[in-house]
Design a protein around this ligand. Sequence first.
Ligand SMILES: *Cc1c(COP(=O)(O)O)cnc(C)c1O
Length: 382
Amino acid sequence: MATSSDNIFLSLTAPGVAGLTPYQPGKPIETLEREYGVSNAIKLASNENPLGPSPRALEALARVRADLARYPDGAAFSLKTALARHLDLTPEQFIIGNGSNEILELVTRAFVTPENEVIFSEHAFAVYAIMTQAVGSRARVARALEYGHDLDAMAALVNDRTRLVFVANPNNPTGTLLDAASLENFLEGVPAHVLVVLDEAYFEYVTAADHPDGTRWLARFPNLLVARTFSKIYGLAGLRVGYAMGNPQLISLLERVRQPFNVNAAALSAAEAALEDDTHLQRSRELNTQGMAQILDGIRKLNLSALPSAGNFLAIDLGQTAAPIYEGLLRQGVIVRPVANYGMPDFLRVTIGLPDENARFLRALEQVLSHHNPHELQGVNA
Ligand SMILES: *Cc1c(COP(=O)(O)O)cnc(C)c1O
């Protein structure tokens, strides 16, 4: 295969594209089993809901089959209406995306040029950097504070060229959460020519008492866009559907760069049905709370710690280069996520799974670590 510097088309690319590295997703189970010859692998690498989707979403999917010859409703009228009712907003405040990743792309394409700058935090979700570079814009990366967003450092980077700020709350891969008061204070200081994308992909997992909720600021800050997804707690990552909420004038400009039928019929109808199932959400949240306690307890016995997480995953500090540990886990059929590309080479990110999956991860981790540091761990989990 040609290396990227041999690529004869490299000089023809749009500004930014030549220097891009594609997003690195969690390794799919089938890929691991094919490459390593293992079976019964488990994947705790992409923050998917281990319970899967709501049964109501599955029933809706079965009904969609009758209509598959038809194009989907590109305006997503029915899903927007259901979301508006659910979140106490109006349908004009919504745009539906092929995953919320598409929304991040739409906002960048619609508003950011090579003359602009985009602000995000160190250790923030990788897609922000990719989108910024793909449109040839300059990224201004704020130093993190204990691995979380430092909103003061981010505010200090705002200037006349700033067009967009990405804030992930909770952030992935760190799990860190900003409180409502700090966020509100930050939004008050952002000038009107700067759009703020508040990425709340894990919103429904958050159990913090002040429950920072971007929708409560939409009426006050017309430059705010709040993005959420059906990929995480709703368990529909495979269908690709997410959404954003904002001022209708802002939303209408994003609609101009959206593909006519960006979200498929199955995704639209499963998402709408999933919204109605509060019981499934509740169960998913409880399972997550218990699983997180299980993993935290297990790693404590291995003398390890994790960053405090408000999501459905933990960034575990291994205190040593994580790459060989990641490899060792793969050999045991356990897929987690290395985060060296996030500037965190000593961490692994693990998604909270079912109790059995969490236990298997902990056993595999103990085994791999005892192989890598035989003397330090002797008898720790005996
Ligand atoms: C998972 C995730 C998303 C959403 O991904 P989609 O599947 O495209 O909806 C967005 N932001 C963050 C921070 C995420 O972790």
